[in-house]
Design a protein around this ligand. Structure first.
Ligand code: CP
Length: 307
């Protein structure tokens, strides 16, 4: 494969291979000398048309730990502001002979379109409400480290604003591919049309939906993507769909609490739960670097893993 544009189309064996390589990258990242020369002489460009903290920082760190030269394109100060198109921007960067472009864009499908125009590898770092494949991979790695590789025995509950979430979409695809049971809990107004065809159970009540959960994955309420049609009040949303201690008690006692970030504390998750003993939210961030090292090394490395 030259690109990673989504989880859709990845075989389970490819997913497991990436998770195994990411596990090696965790070991590298925990060494005092974190840097390797796997990608010496390679050039990585991060091109983010949408805001990001975790994804952009971890792709930059991942590339640098692999020994690549990493350039962060500042879209805010680029000729995009003068009207240059996505494709012209990509073609311009392509002419500088990068080996890999990491792209986030607000439009679904934009990253796939760009990948057809350039000669280098392309990774989708989130495109609109479509996919965020490296987020799903890092979530799976985090789950596997705690619950083992038998995903077919796990019930993963994804709660909240599924409608606007590329994270939910990529996670549903990946968890289904590995055989997990996936349940979504959301008000019907925050579920995409056709979600039932994605092989998930749908529940509208948090307490019912959390029953028997091994993993509780909370989603950010993406108020910026709600164009006036349905913007729930924060107080009501938290009351019915916010994860607090009382609701979490309906999941298994050892259930993991996850959130891709950025979090709205007191909206979809209570602070004491986000910081509590069942939370693996910080570990997700660490796994983000490892998964991105594995993805980059797999796409443009010569041989072997990120050792
Ligand atoms: N989870 C995630 O994609 O976070 P950022 O938007 O901060 O990159």
């Amino acid at each position: 494969r030259r690109h990673l544009l989504g989880i859709n189309g990845l075989q389970p064996t490819e997913i497991v291979h990436l998770l195994d390589r990411a596990e090696e990258a965790v070991a590298v990242s925990r060494r005092p000398d974190k840097k390797t020369s796997v990608l010496k002489g390679r050039t990585q460009i991060n091109l983010f048309f949408e805001a990001s903290t975790r994804t952009q920082a971890s792709f930059e760190i991942a590339g640098k730990r692999l020994g690549a030269d990493v350039m962060n394109m500042s879209v805010a100060n680029s000729s995009v502001k003068k009207g240059e198109t996505l494709i012209d921007t990509a073609m311009t960067l392509n002419a500088m002979q990068p080996d890999i472009l990491i792209v986030r864009h607000h439009a679904a499908g934009a990253v796939a379109l760009l990948s057809q125009k350039v000669a280098c590898s392309v990774v989708n770092a989130g495109d609109g409400q479509h996919e965020h494949p490296t987020q799903a991979l890092l979530d799976a790695l985090t789950i596997r480290r705690h619950k083992g590789s038998e995903f077919q025995h796990l019930t993963v509950v994804i709660c909240g604003d599924v409608l606007h979430s590329r994270v939910a979409r990529s996670n549903i695809l990946l968890l289904n591919a590995l055989g997990a049971r996936v349940r979504v809990v959301a008000p019907s107004t925050l579920l995409p049309r056709g979600i039932e065809q994605m092989g998930v159970e749908i529940v509208h009540d948090m307490r019912e939906g959390l029953k028997d959960a091994d993993v509780v994955m909370m989603l950010r309420l993406q108020r910026e993507r709600m164009e006036g049609a349905f913007v729930p009040s924060v107080r009501e949303y938290f009351r019915y769909f916010g994860l607090d201690a009382e609701k979490l008690a309906h999941a298994k006692p050892d259930a993991l609490v996850m959130h891709p970030g950025p979090m709205n504390r007191g909206v979809e998750i209570a602070s004491d739960i986000a910081d509590g003993p069942q939370s693996v939210i910080e570990e997700q961030v660490e796994m983000g670097v490892a998964v991105r090292m594995a993805v980059i090394a797999t796409l443009i490395g010569q041989t072997g893993g990120p050792r």
